[in-house]
Design a protein around this ligand. Structure first.
Ligand code: FAD
Ligand code: FES
Ligand code: FES
Length: 466
């Protein structure tokens, strides 16, 4: 296969299986050593680069971890490393980091520079929390983060004067990016899409596949779902919210169709990994990975989602997500089936939804126990409920009995106590690195209570429940 992309200023053509990582290509083939190798597991952000995708004649840039990105996934795109932003000297972000003493040994600095430059290019958010959020995948062991936060504030001040009507030119003038960015869209338009091998092993964002078996995967022939040039991944049809298989966590996080009904949606999804991982991690990848604590899986189970699978002969079938999990990492899916659609009823204003996750640290950590609830009520009566919980058994669990129990009952302390007893009978936690089984039972109980305290604050309070 021939992979073409623009690396900083230059068009690059690479022949091969496309399974090696973008990081290895950047450092060992292109000899651009500014991009660093830290953990190789998506955890440190030292390898962060920007990748721009052409859409409607504009190039949209996202930060991502190059250590988990197969080279084929950047076909047709613009890859920007730290060398590509400071061609005419330090760019505005680098200047801000230096001025505010945000760098010491410098190992993490290229990653921070790329995340903040990505924030400047993106232009959608404009407060300090968003600027700091853009660096949530970058770890620094030297500076303490206050100086980096001051650098972010200074970047933000400079961004406020950027003219959105021609953002690229305005950013060039303000010395955030070099001049060559203005011709990238034309160059990307000349690249034909990659033809995807259909019988090979599937990889989407690669954030699970590459973490598990990095070196082995690089030698394999893979089917690169995220290399397909598809856009507008989320649509509404017949009251259903429909996600294409390449929908990323970042895209779902800002999905207006959901946000309108569930105001906390953005914050819930912010608990999933970090910005550069969310930018590439797909929803389908989370479902098929079948981790008992997959956050998206737990959320989509509560929303009573369906998945559609298509095999190599184009046969299609649709099943409930709750029927997909048969045992630990065992799925109702044949080897040649691909998830081609994920759907759930578009949440409406009367849909109440809550997600809770307990992990050792708030961001960039997997859950010990996570749980979600989607509930519809009228006059304090529960019309329907969907409850799910992760980390308390071999599969991400839809709580069938608890959900059934809640439907048709009044919302009060007694109902919640009785429902929690049903929940305890449905779960079967084991002791492992994330906690003892009794602790997980306790978490499941507290988080279940927390759903009701959060959703019905005037009716249910903590003191009444414990
Ligand atoms: C640093 C880090 C932090 C993370 N934090 C979290 C977290 O907080 N919460 C969380 O839930 N997860 C987390 N993850 C896990 C991971 O990011 C998610 O599970 C992600 O959604 C996987 O998507 P992907 O596209 O990268 O999957 P890939 O790695 O590309 O694929 C995963 C599996 O899905 C299969 N697959 C992918 N797409 C399809 C499809 N359309 N049809 C059939 N099979 C398919 C692949 O063959 C593979 O078996 C984290 C990962 C990393 C590296
Ligand atoms: S090397 Fe640590 S995130 Fe890539
Ligand atoms: S400056 Fe040393 S790790 Fe960040």
């Amino acid at each position: 296969m021939q992979i073409r992309f623009v690396l900083n200023e230059q068009m690059v053509i690479v022949s091969g299986n496309g399974s090696g990582t973008l990081l290895d290509f950047i450092r060992y083939e292109a000899h651009l050593k500014g991009t660093k190798i830290g953990c190789r597991e998506g955890d440190c952000g030292a390898c962060t680069v920007l990748v721009g995708t052409l859409h409607d004649e504009k190039v949209l840039y996202k930060s991502l971890t190059s250590c988990l990105t197969p080279l084929a996934n950047v076909h047709g795109k613009h890859v920007v490393t730290v060398e590509g932003v400071n061609i005419n000297g330090l760019n505005k972000v680098q200047e801000s980091i230096v001025t505010h003493s945000g760098t010491q040994c410098g190992f993490c600095t290229p990653g921070f520079v790329m995340s903040l430059t990505g924030f400047a290019l993106n232009g959608t958010d404009s407060d300090l929390n968003a600027a700091i959020g853009a660096m949530d995948g970058n770890i620094c062991r030297c500076t303490g983060y206050k100086s980096l936060e001051r650098a972010a504030q200074s970047v933000l001040n400079d961004i406020h004067s950027i003219d959105d009507t021609n953002r690229t030119n305005s950013l060039i003038k303000a010395q955030f990016i070099p001049e060559y960015f203005s011709t990238i869209a034309e160059e990307l338009a000349t690249i034909e899409p990659l033809s995807v091998v259909s019988e090979a092993i599937i990889v989407a964002g690669g954030t699970d596949v590459y973490v598990k078996s990095h070196d082995d995967v690089s030698e394999m022939s893979l089917q690169f779902l995220s290399a397909k040039p598809t856009y507008d991944h989320i649509a509404i049809s017949d009251g259903q919210c429909i996600l294409k298989p390449n929908t990323t966590v970042s895209e779902l996080m800002v999905c207006k169709h959901v946000l309108d009904a569930i105001p906390g949606w953005y914050q819930y999804l912010k608990l999933v990994s970090s910005t550069p991982i969310r930018n590439i991690a797909t929803i389908a990848g989370n479902l098929v990975n079948a981790s008992p604590i997959g956050d998206l899986t737990i959320i989509l189970l509560a929303l009573n989602s369906k998945i559609t699978m298509t095999d190599t002969h184009q046969n299609q079938r649709t099943i409930w997500l709750k029927d997909f999990y048969k045992g630990y990492k065992t799925l109702d899916k044949t080897e040649d089936e691909i998830i081609t659609e994920i759907s759930f009823r578009q949440p409406e204003s009367h849909t109440l939804f809550n997600f809770e996750k307990v992990s050792k640290r708030t961001h960039l950590d997997i859950a010990s126990v996570n749980t979600a609830i989607a509930i519809e009520t009228r006059d304090m009566l529960i019309l329907s409920a969907g409850c799910s919980v992760g980390g308390v058994g071999p599969i991400p669990l839809y709580l069938r009995e608890t959900s059934k129990f809640l439907a048709g009952r009044k919302i009060n302390v007694e109902t919640i106590h009785l429902a929690e007893q049903v929940l305890q009978k449905e779960i079967n936690p084991i002791s492992d690195a994330r906690g003892q089984k009794d602790y997980k039972r306790l978490l499941a109980r507290q988080l279940f209570f927390s759903h009701f305290i959060t959703l019905f604050p005037s009716l249910i309070n903590l003191e009444d429940l414990i």
